[in-house]
Design a protein around this ligand. Structure first.
Ligand SMILES: O=C(O)[C@@H](CO)OP(=O)(O)O
Length: 204
């Protein structure tokens, strides 16, 4: 049976707006981010998508995004699983620093490597590879069996925890994932086949 996996990055957060490295810090959504979450909820509803199960991280920007989407989809009284495995990558000592200040201090290239490379962690933080080491096992143990049973699963999470999933599901190389961006509030929808492999993408 084909399952459907809906990945949604949280809407713009207060620290996205201030251009601060966020990681495991816990700001909420801005008004723009709230609007992005509602818009994605509306688009999922318009497409007639009714998920069977709901997952998010232990951070409120993703939790709030999921709550807003469910409001727009008029889906009430469902169980939401919140798990730290879906948290954003930990930015370690960069957390709270302004990204432009970081570029001045360490240079554009070094900051790009910390932000988008596969296996180079920021000081005291997680690389994408480290993030995948907690996100992928969780996906394989908790989410994939549901998809193989033909379920539709909605996950609201973060730019880099989702990039880890996208890299695995799409079979991207470290060079390819370097260029992959996921915008705030942006949905990525996959049909997953009985073999657990990507069958195709759904646009909404
Ligand atoms: O600061 C962060 O936690 C992330 C996501 O907002 O930033 P970046 O996109 O630079 O990895």
């Amino acid at each position: 049976m084909t399952g459907t996996l809906i990945l949604v990055r949280h809407g713009e957060s207060e620290w996205n707006l201030k251009n601060l490295f966020t990681g495991w810090r816990n700001p909420d959504l801005t008004e723009k981010g709230i609007g992005e979450a509602r818009a994605t909820g509306k688009a999922l509803k318009a497409k007639g998508i009714v998920p069977d199960l709901y997952y998010t991280s232990a951070l409120r920007r993703a939790q709030h995004t999921l709550d807003l989407m469910l409001e727009e989809m008029e889906i009430l009284n469902v169980t939401i699983t919140r798990n730290i495995a879906l948290n954003e990558r930990d930015y370690g000592e960069l957390s709270g620093l302004n990204k432009d200040d970081a570029r001045v201090k360490w240079g554009e290239e070094q900051v790009l490597i910390w932000r988008r490379s596969f296996d180079v962690p920021p000081p005291g933080g997680e690389s994408l590879k480290d993030t995948a080491a907690r996100t992928l096992p969780y996906y394989e143990a908790e989410i994939l069996p549901l998809l193989l049973a033909g379920k539709t699963v909605l996950i609201a999470a973060h730019g880099n925890s989702l990039r880890a999933l996208v890299m695995a599901i799409e079979g991207l190389t470290p060079e390819q994932i370097l260029k992959r961006e996921i915008g705030t509030g942006q949905p990525t929808i996959y049909n997953i086949g009985a073999d657990g492999k990507l069958e195709g993408r759904v646009e909404i």
